[in-house]
Design a protein around this ligand. Structure first.
Ligand code: NAD
Ligand code: 0WE
Length: 266
């Protein structure tokens, strides 16, 4: 009997075994949750089906969050398998690649700005609207993934930083909206992790090395560590937590001067 047994949770954003959504799914499964999954496009379908099977799930549906009808169909199909829903884990983001490389003021476009905000922030409330009925009165939990670039500027993160700022505010407004019906809404702000979304980013390796050296724990975090924090937030262990952004970053966001050296002890 895990602390999530009896919970039915929908996970969006599995693209590979390195995905943060995969670390989260593994922990949710390990701790007893029943899972359902989505895939963004046909290219990812078979892969996600295979991962789902590994986590004991056959409930796998398409959902490109830019398409209202796919979001609607998703919850109608979830409703065919499950009478109710205890959690939605939103683990996706996108900005066009050319927005994530170069001087922010130089490279930002109207369309890139809109796309980043639509996919990375608007989608959270769009999913909540359609999932609302299934989650009502069950102490359900919505969870999303953010990054420190929401609050601080850093090279190349650019318009994604604005989209994450919007996403974090979205968490607080949604917590206020859905709290009265028992649904909690939270975010995890994860430290940098090498995933597919990170693979295309110029000098990501350099950033990972810098981050490890400057972090209190002197290392980067893993998708398993993010997964365990996610399992907690989706569970009744976190029944008093809503509207919160939980940092799973080895303490990086709490420091200012960095470490000044690279020793492993303080
Ligand atoms: P990933 O590439 O494994 O996952 C990104 C997912 O977004 C993919 O599954 C992709 O299919 C999905 N996606 C993109 N556009 C979509 C659309 N229109 N409709 C549906 N799905 C769409 O990368 P990841 O690093 O695991 O990213 C997951 C989340 O974690 C993102 O919100 C990201 O911003 C956040 N995050 C990542 C890091 C990091 O360093 N990797 C750090 C903090 C937060
Ligand atoms: O949120 C993210 C990355 C999200 C992301 C990644 C891509 C790459 C491929 C969104 N859109 C795209 N579009 C693509 O075409 N992270 C927190 C990881 C990340 O990305 C960075 C980072 C970090 C950290 C980009 C620049 C600087 C730092």
């Amino acid at each position: 009997m895990g602390f999530l047994s009896g919970k039915k949770i929908l996970v969006l954003g599995v693209a590979s075994k390195l995905s943060i959504a995969s670390g989260i799914a593994a922990s949710l499964h390990r701790n007893g949750a029943e899972l359902a999954f989505t895939y963004q496009n046909q290219k990812l379908k078979d892969r996600v089906l295979k991962f789902a099977e590994g986590w004991g799930s056959t409930i796998v549906h398409p959902c490109d969050v830019t398409d209202d009808s796919q979001i609607k169909d998703l919850f109608s199909k979830i409703g065919d398998s499950w009478e109710n829903l205890d959690g939605i884990v939103h683990c996706l983001a996108y900005a066009p690649a050319n927005e994530l490389n170069g001087n922010y003021v130089d490279v930002t476009t109207r369309q890139g700005f809109l796309t980043a905000h639509e996919i990375s922030s608007y989608s959270l409330v769009a999913l909540a609207q359609e999932g609302r009925e299934l989650m009502k009165g069950r102490n359900g939990s919505l969870l999303t993934l953010s990054y420190l670039g929401a609050l601080r500027s850093l090279p190349n993160y650019n318009v994604m930083g604005l989209a994450k700022a919007s996403l974090e505010s979205n968490v607080r407004y949604m917590a206020a909206s859905l709290g009265p019906e028992g649904t909690r809404v939270n975010g995890i702000s994860a430290g940098p992790i090498k995933t597919l979304a990170a693979a295309g980013i110029k000098s990501f390796r350099k950033m990972l090395e810098h981050n490890a050296k400057q972090t209190p724990l002197r290392r980067n975090v893993t998708i398993d560590e993010v997964g365990n924090a996610a399992a907690f937030l989706c569970s009744d262990l976190a029944s008093g937590v809503s509207g919160e952004i939980l940092y799973v970053d080895g303490g990086f966001n709490t420091t200012a001067m960095g470490s000044l050296n690279d020793q492993t002890a303080p």
